[in-house]
Write a new protein. Sequence first.
Length: 140
Amino acid sequence: MNKKIEELSDAQHKLLLIIGKPGSGKSKLIREYSQETGVPIVDLDKIFTHTPSEQLMHEMKNFLSTYHQKVLLLDNKKILYAKNNKIDLLAFLKELSEDITVVATWNGTIEDGQLFHFCKDAPEDLIYSVSQGDFKYILC
């Protein structure tokens, strides 16, 4: 994972997705990285439980202004794709990754140039077209 993170240093979007289906080892991989580096895993669901979706990016930027790490590790982020939420999950992560390297678990897969996000809490799976350079990824 360190090599992938280093490759992002000059990218517009410093975003690394750990992609896999449930039980594939995504959370284990991010926990191991956290333990090796001392970078904490941020649980957005706990921090922003009562934050309205339209204020989430603003609150996240405020949080990052006091965050003293070079990498932001995100594992639990159900708040970003709740049924009543209007946040575009990938766009949110990409915008964050313009200011800091973001490593996030992603419950899904990549097939035929499309990134799928599986979510039991969302009304439907999210599907994104993938452009070269949008982000790096590790498949679990």
